[in-house]
Design a protein around this ligand. Structure first.
Ligand SMILES: [Zn+2]
Length: 491
């Protein structure tokens, strides 16, 4: 049910002067059928040509963990290959880049002499950075870097922590040296000495690098976390990294994060980790706190699912109508204020799972004036505003769903958002289609971002009311608002 404000003081002309359009949140995906192709597409995205390429085995993360700073220094993409021959699409990419030099990371167990000879026969000069174990490989990579006095120490027996810090380490040319949990390998000790390292960043909690190792390091600063996602989060928090834009990669495999880390470094963007199906809370929290708005997703949907990123970087205001002493419409044993709050909260959790930041005008049974609601929307920095209501009429025969928009601000976008949500409502609720309608209701007239007002159905109609009273249909209502919003942002 709607209540128009009879008197509104028109300040639109003044507020327009102060209105800065929101920068659009955006995501792009560097996709590929497999990790070789993702690496090639990262390379195409970042380099039109390159004198050098770094080549590593597609399975052997241990060798490659420390490679990002060297790749960045040489402005070279990291490409992946099989052991016994250079993978064909990698070969094509080396040709496209017109590369003159290849640096192989790892021994012949990772990349065979035959594969090395293939690179040579392509006209490349080839060097190999090898070592009897991963600690020595990391040490030997460090020797190729300038002395900056600082180094990163990461757990060498798994990949996530080292990759979370890789763009930062790369950009600063800090070597990534490796440790086991409870003893500092002599290769790493030697590298610390030879590189004149006077301070260190330990990446990971004590389960990764113990305090007994920490005590052997020069001026250590620990960037810890309960899990890989929190470590990646804390890298950004503790180092206070620039975060207008971020790379997002699966934290369950190393390949995309490794090959993407050099491009992230070039773009001065941190790397966030996720799981395929949904964004971990740690990752969501840093995205929201730092208001990260543009994303480069590494890998295909099997690595980072579309549903988990559908509203990534978007901020949406959800406005369940009425509240407290204002019940809205009441009929058939239902109160509008309860229905719309329930649907609003269900919509919130769906949207949060898709990466959105949600601002609720109310999340419990409290009352807000209409001006308070539009003020929240206009001060929110949000991308869109959705007010949720259920309809009422004197005649119990009136039924169906409808969505309102206003053209005072963001008119075309508001209309399109209304269309997308209306389409989903009718489809999912099986209500009759009353269409999108223009009206100057306060919350959509005074709200400057794209804004709509949803009327789910008629509380006064027995058939609509039975749906509005049902948890199943309330969930379908939330789904409709969610999918309509996703369609609005992705179409
Ligand atoms: Zn209402």
């Amino acid at each position: 049910m709607l209540r128009k404000m009879i008197l509104t003081i028109f300040l639109g002309g003044i507020s327009l002067l102060f209105y800065m359009p929101q920068s659009e949140a955006a995501e792009s995906r560097i996709d590929g059928k497999n990790r070789f192709e993702v690496a090639v597409n990262v390379s195409k995205n970042g380099w039109s040509r390159s004198n050098t390429v770094i080549v590593t085995n597609y399975l052997a993360y241990a060798d490659a963990l420390s490679a990002s700073p060297l790749a960045y220094k040489k402005d070279a993409p990291i490409l992946l290959t099989q052991n016994n021959h250079i993978t064909p699409i990698t070969k094509n990419e080396i040709n496209r880049l017109n590369a003159k030099e290849a640096v192989i990371i790892g021994g012949t167990g990772s990349i065979s002499n035959h594969a090395e000879n293939e690179l040579k026969s392509m006209g490349l000069s080839v060097t190999r950075i090898d070592g009897k174990d991963r600690f020595v490989v990391a040490q030997n990579i460090a020797m190729q870097l300038s002395n900056k006095g600082k180094a990163v120490i990461a757990y060498g027996l798994n990949f996530p922590d080292a990759l979370a810090i890789a763009p930062f380490a790369a950009r600063n040319e800090y070597p990534i040296l490796l440790s086991s949990n409870d003893s500092l390998p002599s290769a790493t000790k030697n590298a610390l000495k030879d590189k004149n390292i006077t301070s260190t960043y330990i990446i990971g909690g004590e389960a990764s690098v113990s305090n007994s190792v920490k005590n052997q390091l020069p001026s250590p600063i620990r960037i810890g976390g309960a899990n890989r996602f929190e470590v990646a989060e804390n890298v950004i928090r503790q180092l206070n990294l620039t975060t207008q834009t971020a790379f997002l990669s699966s934290g369950l495999d190393f390949a995309d994060a490794l090959t993407g880390s050099v491009l992230a470094a070039k773009k001065n963007a941190p790397l966030l980790l996720t799981i395929p199906a949904r964004l971990p809370n740690e990752t969501k929290s840093i995205i929201q706190d730092k208001t990260i708005r543009t994303f480069t997703i590494l890998g295909g949907p099997a690595s980072v699912n579309n549903n988990s990123t559908a509203l990534l970087g978007k901020t949406i205001v959800l406005d369940p109508g009425h509240g407290d002493h204002d019940a809205g419409a009441s009929a058939n044993g239902l109160k509008e204020k309860d229905i719309v709050l329930d649907v609003g909260l269900r919509t919130r959790s769906k949207m949060i799972n898709a990466g959105a930041k949600i601002i609720m005008t109310r999340s419990d049974d409290t009352f807000l004036a209409l001006t308070a609601r539009s003020t929240i929307a206009n001060n929110s920095g949000a991308d869109s505003f959705i007010s949720i209501h259920s309809n009422a009429a004197e005649s119990p025969a009136a039924h169906g769903s409808e969505v309102y928009y206003d053209t005072t601000f963001s008119g075309p976008e508001s209309k399109r958002l209304a269309e997308e949500i209306q389409k989903e409502l009718v489809k999912r609720l099986g209500t009759s289609d009353r269409g999108e309608k223009e009206a100057n209701f306060h919350v959509i007239d005074k709200t400057r971002i794209p804004s709509i007002l949803v009327e789910l159905g008629f509380i006064t109609n027995p058939s609509d009311a039975s749906k509005l009273g049902s948890p199943t249909y309330r969930q379908k209502s939330a789904d409709a608002i969610y999918y309509g919003t996703v369609n609005f942002y992705t179409k």
